[in-house]
Design a protein around this ligand. Structure first.
Ligand SMILES: Cc1cc2nc3c(=O)[nH]c(=O)nc-3n(C[C@H](O)[C@H](O)[C@H](O)COP(=O)(O)OP(=O)(O)OC[C@H]3O[C@@H](n4cnc5c(N)ncnc54)[C@H](O)[C@@H]3O)c2cc1C
Length: 397
């Protein structure tokens, strides 16, 4: 039997970090939890700017099937328990590009009154739903009673003299937070963990994508659109009307692939530097105006919000839900790619089990960080002080 930690530090206040905090607080109420976040606000990146589409059976037949099923069900339970306003079932329509006037059918939303190609139902909402990720993240953090330390960036970790136990997390400010358990939930920047823990490789690409949000129209029907690749605009829009009347669109094309060497230099970590591409906003606006005369007349100037954020993608596109080899009390929960909002509850639950009980109720073999190789470390030294890899680099780093 494992002993629950006295003080858990979670690196990153995105939806994954928030979910780990929530489930750990339920499983071990005596554990003190601190979430360290680089930005002044929680959910500053993909967990505040992602779509929030949830699909139960879309991963069927793959190693992630159990994550899809269990997390979809957990979202439903938590939304009811937390009374989330942004959660609802969401039917889905496939829309091909084209120039014909859309035909009105039972499954087309009232605002799809412009021009396009054929439409067909992809689901009636029995196994598809949505939640606005910011609402989930803030509610999970609130209910976890965690202390959230914003505007605080982790630069390294320190270990015991044996080198196999994390004893504190070091900040760029020079402050140090003592702890007896740590989880890296730093989204694309989780690749930094391979400099903090010299035993691991953690390859990651951040796929930086623009998204837009149209202003509220309370009468807009709740049907999501998955649009085919449209050569006129180079878009493949995913359109998610939200229960508050906003319409969120991603799939605007032109994403940039940010390599881990840049992520390790903290590129775009300051959310104010991670901006939308104006050419992609224009393309998405024209595509939406073509599909919806209603939106063209109501909002000729375009969307209200334009933004960008990064999808955390390991090379095999599978998440990393893992212990850190060679360390007794270090964990990783990152790289959830395009399903990080859907998989947040189950990942948080698995991590809480690993941290508190040393087990997992889901088979997570395929998600182990060891799949990228384990590094042999000579003369592992513990002790306080900043380290880059196994090298002592002093306070200035
Ligand atoms: C355009 C777009 C649409 C998407 N739509 C969907 C969808 O519909 N459904 C779905 O399931 N998923 C979707 N996703 C994926 C989902 O948004 C992400 O997988 C998920 O938000 C990742 O959450 P996270 O907590 O791991 O990372 P993040 O949200 O990136 O959070 C990580 C946090 O860690 C902080 N951090 C990083 N480094 C440090 C450090 N050294 N010290 C302190 N803090 C640090 C960051 O500031 C950040 O706040 C979408 C993604 C994108 C880009």
């Amino acid at each position: 039997m494992s002993t629950p930690p006295a003080h858990l530090v979670i690196i990153g206040a995105g939806i994954q970090g928030a979910s780990v905090a929530y489930f750990t607080s339920k499983l071990s109420p005596s554990t003190r939890i601190t979430v360290v976040e680089s930005n002044p606000k929680i959910a500053a990146h993909a967990s505040g700017k992602g779509g929030g589409f949830l699909a139960r059976s879309w991963g069927d037949g793959s190693v992630t099937q159990e994550l899809h099923h269990r997390s979809f069900d957990l979202h439903k339970e938590l939304a009811a328990e937390w009374k989330l306003k942004s959660y609802r079932k969401l039917p889905v329509l496939s829309v091909q590009p084209g120039s014909k006037k859309f035909k009105k059918t039972k499954s087309t939303p009232n605002w799809l009154d412009g021009f396009g190609g054929s439409t067909s139902s992809m689901g009636d909402g029995s196994d598809t739903a949505q939640v606005t990720p910011f609402e989930f993240t803030s509610e999970a953090l609130l209910r976890s009673n965690a202390s959230v330390l914003t505007s605080s960036t982790v630069s390294s970790i320190s270990t015991s003299s044996s080198g196999d136990e994390v004893t504190s997390v070091e900040l760029t400010s020079g402050d140090s937070i003592e702890c007896d358990s740590v989880v890296v939930c730093a989204g694309p920047w989780s690749c930094l963990a391979s400099t903090w823990f010299p035993t691991i490789n953690l390859p990651m690409v951040g796929i930086k994508s623009t998204s837009i949000v149209w202003p509220r129209r309370p009468e807009s029907d709740g049907v999501a659109l998955f649009c085919g690749e449209d050569d006129e605009f180079n878009t493949h829009l995913e359109v998610y009307p939200r229960p508050n009347g906003e319409i969120y669109c991603c799939g605007v094309g032109g994403s940039n692939y940010v390599q881990d060497s840049d992520l390790k230099d903290y590129l775009y970590l300051d959310a104010t530097t991670c901006n939308a591409q104006p050419s992609r906003v224009e393309a998405a606006k024209r595509s939406m105006h073509k599909m919806s005369q209603t939106y063209k007349s109501a909002f000729p100037e375009g969307p209200e919000t334009t933004q960008a954020c990064m999808r955390p993608c390991p090379p095999d596109a599978l998440p990393i839900i893992s212990t850190v080899p060679g360390y007794k009390n270090a964990f990783i929960n990152a790289g959830h790619n395009c399903w990080g909002i859907l998989w947040a509850p189950i990942s948080g639950q698995i991590l809480s089990e690993m941290i508190v009980e040393g087990r997992s109720s889901v088979n997570i073999e395929a998600f182990d960080v060891r799949r990228f190789g384990v590094r042999e470390v000579q003369n592992r030294q513990g002790g306080r002080g900043r380290k880059k890899g196994s090298e002592q680099v002093g306070e200035q780093w």
